[in-house]
Write a protein that binds this ligand. Sequence first.
Ligand code: ATP
Ligand code: MG
Length: 398
Amino acid sequence: VPKQFEQACDILKRMELNGHKAYFVGGCLRDWLLGRPIGDIDIATSAHPQTVQQMFEKVIPVGLQHGTVIVRYDQQSYEVTTFRVEDDYSDQRHPDAVQFVQTIDQDLQRRDFTINALAMNRHGIMIDPFNGKEDLEKGLICTVGNSYERFREDPLRILRALRFSSQLGFQIEEATLTAMNTLNAGIATIAVERIAQETAKFFEGQYINTGMHYFKTIALSGYLPILKDYPAITGRIPQHMKSLKSFGAVIALFHWIEPAIPIQEWVKQWKCSNQIKHDASALAEALSYYHSKGLDHWLVYSLDANVYSDFCRLVNILLTEDLSAYAVRQIEASLPIHSKKDLEIDGTELRRVFPAYEPGRWIGRTLDQLEKQVVTGQLANRQETLKEWLKCNPPVIT
Ligand code: ATP
Ligand code: MG
Protein backbone atom coordinates (compact mmCIF):
# COMPACT_ATOMS: atom_id res chain seq x y z
CA VAL A 1 0.00 0.00 0.00
CA PRO A 2 1.35 3.45 -0.87
CA LYS A 3 2.64 5.51 2.03
CA GLN A 4 -0.16 8.07 1.99
CA PHE A 5 -2.69 5.32 2.69
CA GLU A 6 -0.78 3.49 5.42
CA GLN A 7 -2.32 5.27 8.37
CA ALA A 8 -5.84 4.81 7.06
CA CYS A 9 -5.25 1.06 6.66
CA ASP A 10 -5.96 0.70 10.37
CA ILE A 11 -9.51 1.86 9.72
CA LEU A 12 -10.04 -0.69 6.95
CA LYS A 13 -8.53 -3.39 9.15
CA ARG A 14 -10.81 -2.64 12.05
CA MET A 15 -13.85 -2.83 9.79
CA GLU A 16 -12.68 -6.10 8.30
CA LEU A 17 -12.07 -7.59 11.76
CA ASN A 18 -15.69 -6.72 12.50
CA GLY A 19 -16.76 -8.71 9.47
CA HIS A 20 -17.27 -5.88 6.98
CA LYS A 21 -15.73 -5.02 3.65
CA ALA A 22 -13.89 -1.74 3.30
CA TYR A 23 -11.95 -0.03 0.50
CA PHE A 24 -10.23 3.20 -0.39
CA VAL A 25 -12.24 4.69 -3.17
CA GLY A 26 -12.63 7.52 -5.69
CA GLY A 27 -10.60 10.69 -6.14
CA CYS A 28 -7.74 9.78 -3.80
CA LEU A 29 -6.84 6.77 -5.98
CA ARG A 30 -7.16 8.79 -9.17
CA ASP A 31 -4.84 11.49 -7.83
CA TRP A 32 -2.37 9.02 -6.36
CA LEU A 33 -2.10 7.10 -9.66
CA LEU A 34 -1.54 10.39 -11.48
CA GLY A 35 1.16 11.40 -9.02
CA ARG A 36 -0.86 14.42 -7.94
CA PRO A 37 -1.27 15.56 -4.33
CA ILE A 38 -4.00 13.53 -2.66
CA GLY A 39 -6.91 15.46 -1.18
CA ASP A 40 -9.22 13.60 1.17
CA ILE A 41 -9.02 9.85 1.55
CA ASP A 42 -12.51 8.42 1.14
CA ILE A 43 -13.53 4.97 2.29
CA ALA A 44 -16.42 2.79 1.10
CA THR A 45 -17.75 -0.01 3.27
CA SER A 46 -20.44 -2.67 3.50
CA ALA A 47 -21.08 -1.63 7.12
CA HIS A 48 -24.14 0.52 7.77
CA PRO A 49 -23.56 4.04 9.08
CA GLN A 50 -24.79 3.17 12.59
CA THR A 51 -22.35 0.28 12.68
CA VAL A 52 -19.48 2.53 11.59
CA GLN A 53 -20.45 4.97 14.33
CA GLN A 54 -20.21 2.19 16.92
CA MET A 55 -16.86 0.97 15.67
CA PHE A 56 -14.89 4.19 16.17
CA GLU A 57 -14.49 6.54 19.11
CA LYS A 58 -14.70 9.80 17.22
CA VAL A 59 -17.29 10.05 14.47
CA ILE A 60 -19.25 12.92 12.98
CA PRO A 61 -22.51 11.94 11.27
CA VAL A 62 -22.27 14.47 8.42
CA GLY A 63 -24.49 12.90 5.79
CA LEU A 64 -26.43 10.02 7.24
CA GLN A 65 -29.06 10.42 4.53
CA HIS A 66 -26.34 9.46 2.03
CA GLY A 67 -24.78 6.88 4.31
CA THR A 68 -21.75 9.04 5.16
CA VAL A 69 -20.00 9.51 8.48
CA ILE A 70 -16.65 11.16 9.13
CA VAL A 71 -14.26 9.08 11.18
CA ARG A 72 -11.57 10.99 13.08
CA TYR A 73 -8.49 8.86 13.43
CA ASP A 74 -4.95 9.89 14.33
CA GLN A 75 -5.77 13.60 13.86
CA GLN A 76 -7.12 12.91 10.38
CA SER A 77 -10.66 12.88 8.99
CA TYR A 78 -11.94 10.18 6.70
CA GLU A 79 -15.29 10.09 4.94
CA VAL A 80 -16.70 6.62 5.33
CA THR A 81 -19.66 5.90 3.09
CA THR A 82 -21.75 2.75 3.01
CA PHE A 83 -21.92 0.95 -0.35
CA ARG A 84 -25.00 2.36 -2.06
CA VAL A 85 -26.60 2.85 -5.42
CA GLU A 86 -27.50 6.12 -7.15
CA ASP A 87 -29.76 8.08 -4.81
CA ASP A 88 -31.43 10.60 -7.11
CA TYR A 89 -34.29 8.42 -8.22
CA SER A 90 -35.64 10.05 -11.31
CA ASP A 91 -38.85 8.00 -11.05
CA GLN A 92 -39.44 9.44 -7.56
CA ARG A 93 -40.32 6.04 -6.16
CA HIS A 94 -37.93 6.27 -3.24
CA PRO A 95 -37.43 9.99 -2.90
CA ASP A 96 -35.94 9.92 0.61
CA ALA A 97 -34.55 6.45 1.04
CA VAL A 98 -30.94 5.70 0.22
CA GLN A 99 -30.52 2.15 -0.91
CA PHE A 100 -27.51 0.38 0.56
CA VAL A 101 -25.96 -2.54 -1.33
CA GLN A 102 -23.63 -5.40 -0.51
CA THR A 103 -20.77 -5.16 -3.00
CA ILE A 104 -18.13 -2.65 -3.96
CA ASP A 105 -18.87 -3.30 -7.63
CA GLN A 106 -22.43 -2.03 -7.23
CA ASP A 107 -21.13 1.01 -5.38
CA LEU A 108 -18.59 1.81 -8.09
CA GLN A 109 -21.35 1.62 -10.67
CA ARG A 110 -23.07 4.73 -9.26
CA ARG A 111 -19.93 6.84 -9.56
CA ASP A 112 -19.60 9.46 -12.26
CA PHE A 113 -16.48 8.70 -14.34
CA THR A 114 -14.36 5.61 -14.85
CA ILE A 115 -11.32 7.45 -13.44
CA ASN A 116 -13.31 8.01 -10.22
CA ALA A 117 -14.70 4.47 -10.05
CA LEU A 118 -11.62 2.75 -8.64
CA ALA A 119 -11.30 1.01 -5.30
CA MET A 120 -8.32 -0.49 -3.45
CA ASN A 121 -8.17 -2.78 -0.43
CA ARG A 122 -5.65 -2.50 2.37
CA HIS A 123 -3.28 -4.88 0.63
CA GLY A 124 -3.05 -2.60 -2.39
CA ILE A 125 -5.26 -4.73 -4.63
CA MET A 126 -7.22 -2.61 -7.12
CA ILE A 127 -10.88 -3.12 -8.03
CA ASP A 128 -11.37 -1.58 -11.44
CA PRO A 129 -14.48 -2.96 -13.17
CA PHE A 130 -14.74 -0.05 -15.67
CA ASN A 131 -11.09 0.14 -16.74
CA GLY A 132 -10.56 3.43 -14.96
CA LYS A 133 -6.82 2.81 -14.77
CA GLU A 134 -6.64 2.51 -18.53
CA ASP A 135 -8.56 5.79 -18.95
CA LEU A 136 -6.18 7.44 -16.50
CA GLU A 137 -3.30 6.35 -18.69
CA LYS A 138 -5.07 7.52 -21.84
CA GLY A 139 -6.10 10.78 -20.21
CA LEU A 140 -9.78 10.24 -20.86
CA ILE A 141 -12.93 11.32 -19.05
CA CYS A 142 -15.66 8.77 -19.68
CA THR A 143 -18.89 8.15 -17.78
CA VAL A 144 -19.55 4.89 -16.02
CA GLY A 145 -22.32 3.29 -18.09
CA ASN A 146 -24.71 5.14 -20.38
CA SER A 147 -23.68 8.80 -20.60
CA TYR A 148 -27.19 10.08 -21.25
CA GLU A 149 -28.61 8.28 -18.22
CA ARG A 150 -25.78 9.40 -15.98
CA PHE A 151 -26.03 13.09 -16.92
CA ARG A 152 -29.82 12.98 -16.70
CA GLU A 153 -29.61 11.51 -13.20
CA ASP A 154 -27.31 14.30 -12.09
CA PRO A 155 -26.44 17.22 -14.40
CA LEU A 156 -23.75 18.36 -11.97
CA ARG A 157 -21.65 15.64 -13.57
CA ILE A 158 -21.50 17.77 -16.73
CA LEU A 159 -19.73 20.47 -14.73
CA ARG A 160 -17.55 17.87 -13.03
CA ALA A 161 -16.44 16.52 -16.42
CA LEU A 162 -15.39 20.02 -17.49
CA ARG A 163 -13.71 20.63 -14.18
CA PHE A 164 -11.68 17.43 -14.45
CA SER A 165 -10.64 18.28 -18.01
CA SER A 166 -9.34 21.60 -16.71
CA GLN A 167 -7.66 20.09 -13.64
CA LEU A 168 -6.12 17.07 -15.33
CA GLY A 169 -5.78 18.19 -18.96
CA PHE A 170 -7.80 15.12 -20.02
CA GLN A 171 -9.84 14.72 -23.19
CA ILE A 172 -13.55 13.99 -22.86
CA GLU A 173 -14.54 10.72 -24.49
CA GLU A 174 -16.71 11.17 -27.58
CA ALA A 175 -20.00 9.63 -26.42
CA THR A 176 -19.63 11.37 -23.07
CA LEU A 177 -19.11 14.72 -24.80
CA THR A 178 -22.08 14.20 -27.12
CA ALA A 179 -24.32 13.49 -24.14
CA MET A 180 -23.01 16.59 -22.33
CA ASN A 181 -23.78 18.65 -25.40
CA THR A 182 -27.33 17.28 -25.61
CA LEU A 183 -28.14 17.55 -21.91
CA ASN A 184 -26.36 20.79 -20.97
CA ALA A 185 -29.70 22.52 -20.25
CA GLY A 186 -29.93 20.34 -17.13
CA ILE A 187 -27.36 22.65 -15.54
CA ALA A 188 -30.12 25.18 -14.97
CA THR A 189 -31.68 22.84 -12.36
CA ILE A 190 -28.59 22.76 -10.12
CA ALA A 191 -28.26 24.99 -7.06
CA VAL A 192 -26.16 28.07 -7.85
CA GLU A 193 -23.80 27.37 -4.94
CA ARG A 194 -22.83 24.03 -6.46
CA ILE A 195 -22.45 25.56 -9.92
CA ALA A 196 -20.19 28.23 -8.45
CA GLN A 197 -18.12 25.65 -6.59
CA GLU A 198 -17.44 23.60 -9.72
CA THR A 199 -16.88 26.70 -11.85
CA ALA A 200 -14.30 27.96 -9.35
CA LYS A 201 -12.45 24.62 -9.55
CA PHE A 202 -12.73 24.78 -13.34
CA PHE A 203 -11.00 28.18 -13.59
CA GLU A 204 -8.42 27.07 -11.05
CA GLY A 205 -7.41 24.11 -13.20
CA GLN A 206 -3.83 23.86 -14.40
CA TYR A 207 -5.08 22.94 -17.88
CA ILE A 208 -7.70 25.66 -18.11
CA ASN A 209 -7.20 26.00 -21.88
CA THR A 210 -8.17 22.36 -22.42
CA GLY A 211 -11.19 22.99 -20.19
CA MET A 212 -12.11 26.21 -22.02
CA HIS A 213 -12.11 24.33 -25.31
CA TYR A 214 -14.83 22.01 -24.00
CA PHE A 215 -16.61 24.85 -22.19
CA LYS A 216 -17.09 26.51 -25.56
CA THR A 217 -17.77 23.24 -27.41
CA ILE A 218 -20.79 22.41 -25.30
CA ALA A 219 -21.90 26.07 -25.10
CA LEU A 220 -22.08 25.81 -21.34
CA SER A 221 -22.41 29.52 -20.73
CA GLY A 222 -25.97 29.40 -22.07
CA TYR A 223 -26.95 27.93 -18.70
CA LEU A 224 -24.83 29.89 -16.25
CA PRO A 225 -25.95 32.95 -14.27
CA ILE A 226 -25.32 36.26 -16.12
CA LEU A 227 -23.25 34.56 -18.85
CA LYS A 228 -26.49 33.21 -20.28
CA ASP A 229 -27.84 36.76 -20.70
CA TYR A 230 -24.59 38.16 -22.17
CA PRO A 231 -23.28 35.58 -24.65
CA ALA A 232 -20.66 38.06 -25.90
CA ILE A 233 -18.70 37.72 -22.65
CA THR A 234 -17.77 34.09 -23.27
CA GLY A 235 -16.73 34.93 -26.81
CA ARG A 236 -14.38 37.58 -25.47
CA ILE A 237 -12.59 35.38 -22.94
CA PRO A 238 -8.99 35.55 -24.21
CA GLN A 239 -7.66 32.58 -26.17
CA HIS A 240 -4.81 32.07 -23.77
CA MET A 241 -6.21 31.71 -20.31
CA LYS A 242 -4.28 31.08 -17.13
CA SER A 243 -5.56 29.33 -14.05
CA LEU A 244 -7.04 31.68 -11.46
CA LYS A 245 -6.94 30.68 -7.82
CA SER A 246 -9.62 32.94 -6.40
CA PHE A 247 -13.09 33.00 -7.92
CA GLY A 248 -12.89 36.74 -7.23
CA ALA A 249 -10.28 36.88 -10.00
CA VAL A 250 -12.70 35.15 -12.37
CA ILE A 251 -15.33 37.79 -11.62
CA ALA A 252 -12.75 40.55 -12.10
CA LEU A 253 -11.96 39.01 -15.49
CA PHE A 254 -15.63 38.99 -16.55
CA HIS A 255 -16.06 42.52 -15.24
CA TRP A 256 -13.09 43.70 -17.30
CA ILE A 257 -14.59 42.09 -20.40
CA GLU A 258 -18.04 43.61 -19.74
CA PRO A 259 -17.76 46.60 -17.39
CA ALA A 260 -21.49 47.30 -17.69
CA ILE A 261 -22.24 44.51 -15.21
CA PRO A 262 -21.21 45.56 -11.70
CA ILE A 263 -19.18 43.23 -9.47
CA GLN A 264 -22.09 43.41 -7.04
CA GLU A 265 -24.35 41.77 -9.64
CA TRP A 266 -21.93 38.89 -10.22
CA VAL A 267 -21.62 38.36 -6.51
CA LYS A 268 -25.39 38.35 -6.05
CA GLN A 269 -26.30 36.06 -8.93
CA TRP A 270 -23.44 33.64 -8.26
CA LYS A 271 -24.13 33.73 -4.50
CA CYS A 272 -20.50 34.40 -3.63
CA SER A 273 -18.94 34.76 -0.19
CA ASN A 274 -17.76 38.12 1.17
CA GLN A 275 -14.17 37.02 0.68
CA ILE A 276 -14.77 36.49 -3.04
CA LYS A 277 -16.59 39.80 -3.27
CA HIS A 278 -13.65 41.51 -1.59
CA ASP A 279 -11.11 39.85 -3.90
CA ALA A 280 -13.16 40.67 -7.00
CA SER A 281 -13.48 44.37 -6.13
CA ALA A 282 -9.84 44.74 -5.13
CA LEU A 283 -8.63 43.01 -8.30
CA ALA A 284 -10.96 44.97 -10.59
CA GLU A 285 -9.78 48.25 -9.08
CA ALA A 286 -6.15 47.19 -9.21
CA LEU A 287 -6.47 46.27 -12.88
CA SER A 288 -7.83 49.69 -13.84
CA TYR A 289 -5.19 51.37 -11.75
CA TYR A 290 -2.43 49.31 -13.31
CA HIS A 291 -3.80 49.98 -16.78
CA SER A 292 -3.50 53.74 -16.35
CA LYS A 293 -0.58 54.12 -13.91
CA GLY A 294 1.40 50.87 -13.89
CA LEU A 295 2.87 49.11 -10.91
CA ASP A 296 3.64 51.23 -7.86
CA HIS A 297 3.60 51.15 -4.07
CA TRP A 298 0.01 52.25 -3.78
CA LEU A 299 -1.21 49.46 -6.05
CA VAL A 300 0.68 46.76 -4.18
CA TYR A 301 -0.46 48.19 -0.85
CA SER A 302 -4.09 47.97 -1.92
CA LEU A 303 -3.85 44.23 -2.77
CA ASP A 304 -3.89 41.32 -0.33
CA ALA A 305 -0.87 39.04 -0.69
CA ASN A 306 -3.17 36.09 -1.40
CA VAL A 307 -4.21 37.59 -4.75
CA TYR A 308 -0.79 38.70 -6.04
CA SER A 309 -0.43 35.72 -8.35
CA ASP A 310 -3.99 36.06 -9.66
CA PHE A 311 -3.38 39.74 -10.28
CA CYS A 312 -0.26 39.00 -12.31
CA ARG A 313 -2.13 36.39 -14.31
CA LEU A 314 -4.99 38.81 -15.02
CA VAL A 315 -2.50 41.41 -16.21
CA ASN A 316 -0.99 38.76 -18.43
CA ILE A 317 -4.29 37.51 -19.84
CA LEU A 318 -6.03 40.86 -20.29
CA LEU A 319 -3.22 43.33 -20.95
CA THR A 320 -0.77 40.81 -22.45
CA GLU A 321 2.02 42.14 -20.26
CA ASP A 322 4.45 40.06 -18.24
CA LEU A 323 4.27 40.91 -14.59
CA SER A 324 5.91 38.57 -12.10
CA ALA A 325 4.60 37.95 -8.60
CA TYR A 326 8.24 38.34 -7.59
CA ALA A 327 8.24 41.98 -8.72
CA VAL A 328 5.07 42.57 -6.72
CA ARG A 329 6.52 40.96 -3.60
CA GLN A 330 9.68 43.05 -3.92
CA ILE A 331 7.59 46.18 -3.74
CA GLU A 332 5.59 44.77 -0.85
CA ALA A 333 8.82 44.20 1.08
CA SER A 334 9.67 47.89 0.76
CA LEU A 335 6.28 49.22 1.87
CA PRO A 336 6.60 51.54 4.89
CA ILE A 337 3.25 50.36 6.32
CA HIS A 338 0.91 47.46 5.58
CA SER A 339 -2.32 48.89 6.92
CA LYS A 340 -3.71 52.06 8.40
CA LYS A 341 -3.09 50.62 11.85
CA ASP A 342 0.65 50.89 11.22
CA LEU A 343 0.44 54.70 10.96
CA GLU A 344 2.29 56.45 13.79
CA ILE A 345 -0.81 58.47 14.47
CA ASP A 346 -4.41 57.45 15.18
CA GLY A 347 -7.80 59.10 15.66
CA THR A 348 -7.25 59.87 19.32
CA GLU A 349 -3.91 61.54 18.60
CA LEU A 350 -5.45 63.51 15.73
CA ARG A 351 -8.02 65.00 18.08
CA ARG A 352 -5.22 66.12 20.39
CA VAL A 353 -3.61 67.94 17.48
CA PHE A 354 -6.88 69.75 16.72
CA PRO A 355 -8.60 70.08 20.11
CA ALA A 356 -11.06 72.67 18.85
CA TYR A 357 -12.58 70.31 16.24
CA GLU A 358 -15.65 68.24 17.07
CA PRO A 359 -15.21 64.52 16.33
CA GLY A 360 -16.53 63.72 12.88
CA ARG A 361 -15.81 62.44 9.42
CA TRP A 362 -12.67 64.58 9.17
CA ILE A 363 -10.83 62.04 11.30
CA GLY A 364 -11.24 59.15 8.86
CA ARG A 365 -10.59 61.38 5.85
CA THR A 366 -7.41 62.75 7.37
CA LEU A 367 -6.12 59.27 8.19
CA ASP A 368 -6.84 58.28 4.57
CA GLN A 369 -4.75 61.20 3.37
CA LEU A 370 -1.86 60.38 5.69
CA GLU A 371 -2.01 56.74 4.66
CA LYS A 372 -1.63 57.64 1.00
CA GLN A 373 1.21 60.10 1.67
CA VAL A 374 3.10 57.54 3.72
CA VAL A 375 2.57 54.61 1.34
CA THR A 376 3.66 56.65 -1.67
CA GLY A 377 6.79 57.76 0.18
CA GLN A 378 5.92 61.46 0.41
CA LEU A 379 5.89 61.41 4.18
CA ALA A 380 7.93 59.40 6.65
CA ASN A 381 5.87 57.37 9.09
CA ARG A 382 7.05 59.31 12.15
CA GLN A 383 4.63 61.02 14.49
CA GLU A 384 6.51 64.34 14.45
CA THR A 385 6.65 64.39 10.66
CA LEU A 386 2.96 63.57 10.39
CA LYS A 387 2.01 66.27 12.91
CA GLU A 388 4.21 68.80 11.14
CA TRP A 389 2.43 68.05 7.90
CA LEU A 390 -0.99 68.32 9.60
CA LYS A 391 -0.16 71.80 10.88
CA CYS A 392 0.56 72.97 7.34
CA ASN A 393 -2.47 71.07 5.97
CA PRO A 394 -5.19 71.30 8.60
CA PRO A 395 -8.30 69.19 7.95
CA VAL A 396 -11.18 70.92 6.19
CA ILE A 397 -14.42 70.53 8.07
CA THR A 398 -17.47 70.34 5.83
P1 ATP B 1 -12.00 16.40 -5.50
O1 ATP B 1 -12.19 15.92 -4.09
O2 ATP B 1 -10.61 16.54 -5.95
O3 ATP B 1 -12.82 17.61 -5.79
P2 ATP B 1 -13.35 13.94 -6.13
O4 ATP B 1 -13.48 13.12 -7.36
O5 ATP B 1 -12.72 13.29 -4.95
O6 ATP B 1 -12.58 15.27 -6.49
P3 ATP B 1 -15.61 14.32 -4.44
O7 ATP B 1 -16.72 15.29 -4.56
O8 ATP B 1 -14.70 14.36 -3.26
O9 ATP B 1 -14.77 14.46 -5.78
O10 ATP B 1 -16.28 12.88 -4.57
C1 ATP B 1 -15.64 11.68 -4.20
C2 ATP B 1 -16.06 10.57 -5.15
O11 ATP B 1 -17.49 10.43 -5.14
C3 ATP B 1 -15.72 10.81 -6.62
O12 ATP B 1 -14.40 10.44 -6.92
C4 ATP B 1 -16.75 9.98 -7.33
O13 ATP B 1 -16.40 8.61 -7.30
C5 ATP B 1 -17.97 10.14 -6.45
N1 ATP B 1 -18.83 11.27 -6.86
C6 ATP B 1 -18.74 12.56 -6.46
N2 ATP B 1 -19.70 13.32 -7.01
C7 ATP B 1 -20.42 12.49 -7.81
C8 ATP B 1 -21.55 12.66 -8.65
N3 ATP B 1 -22.12 13.86 -8.81
N4 ATP B 1 -22.03 11.57 -9.30
C9 ATP B 1 -21.46 10.36 -9.12
N5 ATP B 1 -20.40 10.14 -8.36
C10 ATP B 1 -19.87 11.18 -7.70
MG1 MG C 1 -12.55 14.19 -2.93
